[in-house]
Ligand binder design. Sequence first.
Ligand SMILES: Cc1cc2nc3c(=O)[nH]c(=O)nc-3n(C[C@H](O)[C@H](O)[C@H](O)COP(=O)(O)O)c2cc1C
Length: 355
Amino acid sequence: MNNPPSRREERKLEHIKYSLEMMDGPVTSGFEDVELVHQALPELDLEGVEIGAQFLGKELRLPLVINALTGGTEKTTEINRSLARVARETGVGMAVGSQAAALENRGVEESFRVAREENPHGLLLANVGASTPWQSASRAVEMIEADGLQLHLNVPQELAMAEGDRSFRSILANIATIVQRVPVPVVVKEVGFGISREAIIGLFAAGVRYVDVGGQGGTNFVAIERARWPEEPGGPPSHWGIPTAVSLLEAAGTGLPLQLIASGGIRSPLDTAKAIALGAHLVGVAGPMLRVLITQSETVLTELIKRWQSELQTIMLMAGAGRVVDLARLPVVITGKTREWLSQRGIDTAKYARR
Ligand SMILES: Cc1cc2nc3c(=O)[nH]c(=O)nc-3n(C[C@H](O)[C@H](O)[C@H](O)COP(=O)(O)O)c2cc1C
């Protein structure tokens, strides 16, 4: 017999429900301020444009990860199963949603394990909050035989939730312990509010070498929590945060040897090419993957990612990049609010246009 859903399970299902109902934003990702330069003489053949990438020792057919979405309830098992099959069919990476529920209740481990069962050789990332004790973080990795571990940062979301955390001390020290003790690479990720240069420098000092900047422009968890708690006073404004393109440039501008993932409002192959040209190694996409899977089907989602692959090839050809790594050497023009923000923060944007 099915048990009634716990509060955490209800929350997971409400996040899905509201994320399907809500639009991206209100703030944009900043990629509208970023332009690649058309090359009329690319000297490339479309067939020869290589869009494969590597991450954590795994080969990807497209530099893209289906970012952390869900798990922890019976109903979400089928979602993770489908997402894993899509990742396998298209050769992209996948992160499971927060495994906190399975660390408390072994009964829901299967909702995460299915991701590895469906895709035994693919790139799979575990996911827990950054204040999780290292022993539990290790268990999350073992649970799905993960290639890496995402640690999520989500202060505005917690503050927007009536049942959320209110204390955010010692998280960096905990991250440093996890990096030392957990036997796989650690990716620190925001969930849509971005990561500043100051936080990047702190994370690097704590031993972190992989960061998903998870900026504004896409799924907005303050707006989602507001919809869940319409009567709740206070909480952060729904436009709080750092747009993804800005956050990516704040991180890249440190010059630190980090592998960066751009996520938060990445909505197209063109956003993907722009993010990689600005220093991302991969992109992550979450909300739209879930929306297409639930409102359409696994087949439509597979087709969407296949189309993403061929459109990225086309864009790379027109910009003059024969391989994904070549994108990072192309000239990029940065305008508007993104340029203004970066110039006030002392980050040189003109150097991208002169490459
Ligand atoms: C329904 C839903 C559930 C999510 N759950 C998690 C989670 O458990 N852990 C996490 O790190 N991020 C979670 N995210 C955040 C995404 O991984 C991603 O950082 C965010 O949605 C921004 O990307 P997007 O604009 O492509 O959606 C969730 C997103 C959605 C839409």
